[in-house]
Structure formats: structure tokens, C-alpha cells
Design a protein around this ligand. Sequence first.
Ligand code: HEM
Length: 542
Amino acid sequence: MSGLPPRPSPQSAPDPAAATGPQPSRAPGTAAADEPGAPRAIPVARPVKGPDGSRPRFSSDQIGFLERAAAEYGDIFRFRLFGMPVIVLNNPDHIHQVLVGNRHKYDKEVLLYKLVRPVLRNGLITNPGGELYMRQRRMMQPAFRPAVVARFADGMTDETNSMLDRWRDRYRPGQVADLSAEFSELTLHIVTRTLFSAQVGETARRFAEAFTETNDILGRFFRFPFPPLSVPTPAHRRLRRAIRRMDDCVSAFIERSSTPANAADSAVPDAGAGKPGHGIDLLHLLMNAVDEEDGGGMDFEQLHHEVLNIVVGAYETTTNAMAWAFQVLAERPDIEARLHEEIDTVLDGRPPGMDDLRRTPYARRVVEETLRMYSPAWQFMRRAREEDMLGGHRIPAGSNIYINSYILHRRPEYWEDPDVFDPDRFTPERSKDRNRHAYMPFGAGERICIGQHFALVELQLVLLAIAQRYRFTLPPGQPPVRPRPLTTLHPGGGVHLEVRPRSGATGGTPPAHDGHDGHGDGGEGQDGRPGPEPDTDPRSAS
Ligand code: HEM
């Protein structure tokens, strides 16, 4: 989860970065003072004229403003974001320093996360950092290890094939489907099934309903975050009721899981995780998580917070990535044809499983390129807890730092033809000379997305399963789909495509593998990732 709200206030917060001295707008690299070694000034970004003569402002065109400012000012600039001074970083090494090298100097005590803390409370996403955060992350990390995620893979394929089976009755060949809506439902099914085991019954359905309502109200709040969530407007009261309903569902799952028959399997959290029939799911793993430092576990209140944070983190991000991927495939039949060829050769009609991920490198590259061009969690923030130096610029304590992966992933200094969708840019040969910090769809450092393996496995399996059985074309006269910068980066207006079953394609309906077939650790690469090119991963987790 990430994203920045448009904000009606505050009036004019002081700008710590302005304390460096007078800050005229100037090109990057211009020194603030004449003495050698003096900190270089951070230029103030003003709306920059583009080739079409317009001067986009952040308030009306966030992407346009940032793209032009990055082109004009380069690695670093500052501006007022609805009255709040922020420093924007566009240089991969500076960003790496903030998120990884000097991470102890930064935290998440910034407006963006404070706004939603009444809802997401102290879960991983909104936790500002510090002891409680570290303890939670330590306890939760094992449940997201690639080996554990691998055991949820069959459920992912299974849910996707159930959706495709429904499509047979729902869509005539060539009929337009609202894929954004389809994928919202699919991702929610996948995450609730993973959390609450394969027996997703009435309680899981009620949880999903309450979550959808929460997400809708939060989405509207982010577009106009006033009044604060603590003010009991009718919408905010509905939000609180929806959260209570979710908490009640989680309590019911916990209670069910704690009955002796169900609890038996959880004694060793890793044993049999996710295997059908074992009743082990993500919730079990978190309930039984133990902190290696103090030997304690997670209290139930905190568990409620974490469940909500996981679903929030997993829902819109993955939905949007899927929607973007199929929009691009419909626009680029050449890429779709290569993907089909790979799928047909490797799968030969059977449903995809964990072992197929490493055998389908082109599918993997389509996922990676989708996450580059349409990075769903496209912006995030930090606060400088103490002073730092970035590339010769002084970052005063208290500064708000703004990082935008959409802009970073399209900087021409690091990406050739950045606006072209080209999965082959992720081949080992073409990746090896690239700055490895120039790609960070999942963030970096200790707060890197805990669900990144989950998301990569899910996206690749869903891509394989759907493209095995369906192809997609653009409805005639459809205008281009542009990114809509909301909390996550949506395809504006949603993705609506003509769906056609692929002739002779099989792969449907049969249940996914039984999970006992030795897929075990999921064919991970050296770094534990499922992909075939482990040593060329441009992502940075450390
Ligand atoms: C394509 C899909 C996804 C993308 C692009 C994505 C992206 C991100 C990013 C960039 C962050 C770090 C934000 C920051 O540093 O401020 C993050 C954090 C997080 N994500 Fe994801 N995410 C995805 C899927 C998931 C999934 C599937 C889950 C859970 C199953 C998840 C759960 C979380 C959580 C709990 C955090 C907070 C981690 C922490 O601070 O310790 N995400 N995600």
C-alpha cells in the first residue's frame, strides 16, 4: 500500500530543507555556496513547460508534474505538496541510501501513514518503525518465505481456473469483460484463501465484503482526506463498522483454528503449511509465530491489525498489476504470441504449477516489465529522523522524503526507450550493466514488501493460467488507457477487453497439484526467488 492523498491543508508547514540558505530554482549540481565541500542546494521545482506547451501542476496532474520536474531538475528537487515541504529523490543510489544504507536515519512518521493509522493501526504498513515494528517483522517474515509461499501456489492456480470456468458461462467469445472487476475478485479470493485456508466459507465471504467496503471508503478518503478519520461522519462510522466486522471474522477464524483438532497441525508452524487438508494457512502461521529474540508471540489485537494490513497490501497492488499486464497483451499481439508459444510448449495443456515458474522465463519478464512500467505501489515516503547527506545535498532532520517508482522506472538515464513495453530488457544480458537500484517495485531495505514473493508467484501463475485458456483484443475505438494515480496506480477507467477462448486450449478445471508432490520448496533460485534468473535480479533487498 502506498500513495499520496491530495490534501486541503495544512497552511504552510516550515521547510527544513530551506534552512540550507536561499534556494533559488537552479539546475542540479549547482553549489549553494562557493566553498569547496559546502552542501549543494536542493533546487525548488516549479511547474515545467512540456513539449505540448502545458505546465502541469502536481494538484491536477501528478505524473506530468513529476516527469517534467525530473527531466528538468534531475536527481533531487523539492516542492510543496499541498502545503507540506517534500524532497523528491530520483537517483537510485540516493534512494538506496535512504531505504537501505542509512535506513536508521529514516522512519515512516509522515502524514501519508498517519492519515490511515486509525484504520490500519499498528500493522506493518503503517507502523512508523522502531522496536515494535522490528519485532513484528521478525515474527512475520518466516510466513512469507519463498518455501512457504510455494505451498500456497496451487490455491492460486485453482482460484484462477475457477474464475475461468465461470467465464465460460459469463462471456460469449468476443464479449467485453471488465477485467479490473474480475481481477479484484480473484485477488481477494486468493488472499482470503491463503489467510484462512482452503475452506473459505461464509465467514471468509463476510470478511471479503467488509474489506471491499473498507477499501472503497478509504479510497474516497484518500482522494479528499478531510475531515480526518477520527471525525464520525456517516462514511467514517460505516468504515468503523466494516473494520469491526472484519475483526469479528478474524476472531471467528482464530477461534476455529484454536480448537484442539485444528490446532494440532500448527504446533510446528512450517510443517505442512498450506497443504490441502492440513488446515494450515497464513493465519495459523501468524498465530503460532514466535519471536526468536524474546520467545513471545503476537497478541490477538496485533494479529487483527496485521491481517488487515496484509489484505490491504495484497489487494489493489496485485489487481492493478494483472489488469495492466492484460491491457498490454491486448495492445501488443507480438508479445502475447510469444507468451502463448512459451505456455503451450512448457505446459502442454496442463494447469501451471510452482515448477513451471522457472521454465517460463518470458512470462516472468512480462511480469517484471509490467511492474516497471506500471509500478502499482508507485509512491512512498519517509521522514528524516536525523540529518543526512545525499549526493552532496544536506537533508535536514525532519525532512519529508518522497520516492516515486513510476518516475524512477522511466528515467532515460537508466532505461533505454523507457516508454516502450519490452520484457526482454530483463534478460540477464541486458540487465547486467543497469544500476540495480533503478528498479524497485517492492521498495527496498528492511521495509521491502513482505509479500513480494507471494505477489511474483501469484502474478506469474495467474498470467500463465489465463493466457493458456484465453486471449484478449481491444474493443474497436477504445481510447488508450492512461495511468490514474490513486492510492495505487490504476488503469484509468479500468481494463475492458474482448475475451476469446483460445482454440484447442486446455488447462482448465482440473484441480491444481495436490501439494504433496515434492514441489516443496518451490523451485527457488539461489536467492530463494522462484524465477529462473536468480543472479540477475535487479531488485534490491539488502
Ligand atoms: C504487485 C504487488 C505488490 C506490490 C507492487 C507491492 C509493493 C509494496 C511496496 C513498494 C512496499 C513498501 C512501501 C514502503 O517502503 O513504504 C510494500 C509493503 C508492504 N506490502 Fe506489498 N506489494 C505488493 C503485493 C503485496 C502482497 C501480495 C502482500 C501480502 C500478501 C503485501 C503486503 C505488504 C505489507 C504488509 C507491506 C509493509 C511491509 C513493512 O513495512 O514491513 N504486498 N509493498
